[in-house]
Design a protein around this ligand. Structure first.
Ligand SMILES: Nc1ncnc2c1ncn2[C@@H]1O[C@H](COP(=O)(O)OP(=O)(O)OP(=O)(O)O)[C@@H](O)[C@H]1O
Ligand SMILES: [Mg+2]
Length: 354
C-alpha cells in the first residue's frame, strides 16, 4: 500500500523510421515533471518502414544500446509506454445507440466492426465516450481507436526483448496532444495539430479533450530535401544544409530555396483546408477551429509558421513540448534544436498509468 507507484516514472518510447528516441521523467507535485533521462539513436534505412518493424533483431540491439547509454541521465524504470505509427492505426468518432451500461460493450464492438477496414479478430481496440453535443436523440458519440494485432504484438516483442516491460501502446497523435496541450490549456477549443517529421506529416483534429481524427500525408522533411537536391543540383547533405539555412526566407539565397519549397507548403495548406472543411461538415461542435499548433522538427523551418498563418488566416504557433516538464539545472545537454523531435516521447512519458 505504501510502495511507490511502479509505473510512475515510465519510459516514453518513440520508434520512427529513421530514429528511436526515449524520454523519462520523475513525477513531481502539481502535475509537473522533472527530466530524468533521454536518448536518441539513428536507425539504418529499411529497418523500420512506414512504422512497421522489418528487422526485429537489429532494432532490439539498438534499443538496448540506447537505453544503456542515454544522451542524458540514467534510465531507472523498466516500464515502457510506446507510440504506434498513426498510418497503421485508426481513430474515429462513431455513433452508437444510447444503451444501458451492460450493453455498451456489445454496441461498441458492433460499431467497430462496421467502421474498420480490417477484421475485428485481427485488431485490438479501445474506446471512450466523448462528452460533446449529441448528434441526435438516442445516440452517443464514441471515440474508437483500433490497431492491427500483429503491429501491437511486434512492438511489444521488441520492447520485451530489449529487457523492458511494455505497459501501454497508443496512437502517436494521442501522445503528441498530451505533450503539447498539457493539463491546463483551453481544452474545449478545437484545434489542428500538425506533426511535421522526416518521413511523414500527420494532421490531427483535437477537440473535447481528445484527438478526433488523424491523417498521415506523404509530405515530409526528407521529400523537401530531395526536391532541393534535384532542383538545385546539390547532393543530399548540401541540400539539407540549404533547406535549413534558407527555409522560406525570401532574402536568403535570393529566395531560391523558398521557391523550391513553396509548392510543398502549398500542398500542405490544401490538406489543412480539407481538414477544416471535414471538421465543419461532419463533426458535431460548438465552435470552429481557429488555431493550429505545429510540431516535429520541420516546424523549425524558417518562416513556416508565418507562411501558414498568412495563407490560412488563423493563428499558427509552434507547440512547446515542455509545458509540463521542468528541466534539471544541469540539463544544458538537452539539445534545444531538436526538442521538437521529442514531442511524442515526452507525451508518452507523461501519461498517467493507474
Ligand atoms: N530548421 C529546419 N528547417 C527545415 N527543416 C528542418 C529544420 N530542422 C530540422 N528539419 C527537418 O526535420 C526533419 C526531422 O524531423 P523529426 O525529427 O521531427 O522527424 P522524425 O521524428 O525523426 O521522423 P518521423 O516523425 O517523420 O517518423 C528532417 O527532415 C530535418 O531536415
Ligand atoms: Mg517524429
Amino acid at each position: 500500500m505504501f510502495s511507490p507507484h511502479p509505473f510512475r516514472n515510465i519510459v516514453g518510447l518513440d520508434i520512427s523510421d529513421s530514429k528511436i528516441r526515449f524520454f523519462q521523467l520523475h513525477s513531481k507535485r502539481n502535475k509537473r515533471f522533472l527530466l530524468n533521462s533521454y536518448g536518441e539513436m539513428p536507425v539504418p534505412d529499411g529497418h523500420i518502414v512506414s512504422g512497421e518493424i522489418k528487422n526485429k533483431a537489429s532494432l532490439v540491439n539498438l534499443l538496448k544500446k540506447m537505453f544503456k547509454k542515454p544522451n542524458f541521465g540514467k534510465v531507472d524504470s523498466k516500464y515502457v509506454n510506446a507510440a504506434l505509427p498513426e498510418k497503421k492505426t485508426f481513430i474515429k468518432i462513431v455513433e452508437i445507440p444510447e444503451v444501458p451500461e451492460n450493453e455498451m460493450k456489445g454496441a461498441v464492438k458492433w460499431a467497430v466492426e462496421k467502421n474498420i477496414p480490417i477484421e475485428i479478430e485481427d485488431a485490438y481496440y479501445d474506446w471512450q465516450i466523448i462528452d460533446q453535443p449529441k448528434p441526435n436523440d438516442g445516440k452517443l458519440n464514441v471515440l474508437i481507436s483500433v490497431a492491427p494485432k500483429n503491429l501491437v504484438d511486434s512492438f511489444s516483442e521488441v520492447i520485451s526483448e530489449s529487457g523492458f516491460i511494455p505497459i501501454n501502446l497508443e496512437n502517436e497523435s494521442t501522445a503528441i496532444s498530451r505533450s503539447l496541450l498539457g493539463y491546463s490549456s483551453n481544452q474545449n477549443q478545437p484545434k489542428i495539430i500538425i506533426d511535421l517529421g522526416r518521413s511523414r506529416t500527420t494532421i490531427m483534429i483535437y477537440n473535447y479533450g481528445a484527438i478526433q481524427s488523424a491523417s498521415t500525408l506523404e509530405i515530409s522533411g526528407h521529400e523537401m530535401t530531395k526536391l532541393v537536391s534535384t532542383t538545385l543540383d546539390l547532393n543530399y547533405q548540401d541540400a539539407e544544409k540549404a533547406k535549413i539555412i534558407s527555409g522560406l526566407d525570401q532574402k536568403k539565397s535570393k529566395g531560391i530555396v523558398r521557391k523550391v519549397l513553396e509548392p510543398i507548403i502549398l500542398s500542405l495548406i490544401s490538406k489543412i483546408n480539407e481538414n477544416l472543411v471535414f471538421y465543419d461538415n461532419y463533426v458535431t461542435k460548438k465552435s470552429s477551429i481557429d488555431s493550429i499548433i505545429l510540431t516535429g522538427s520541420v516546424s523549425r523551418m524558417f518562416g513556416i509558421d508565418t507562411f501558414l498563418q498568412d495563407k490560412l488566416k488563423m493563428k499558427v504557433s509552434i507547440g512547446n513540448p515542455l509545458v509540463n516538464v521542468n528541466l534539471p539545472k544541469d540539463s544544458k545537454q538537452l539539445p534545444p534544436n531538436n526538442l521538437y523531435s521529442f514531442t511524442t516521447a515526452i507525451g508518452l512519458a507523461i501519461k498517467e498509468i493507474k
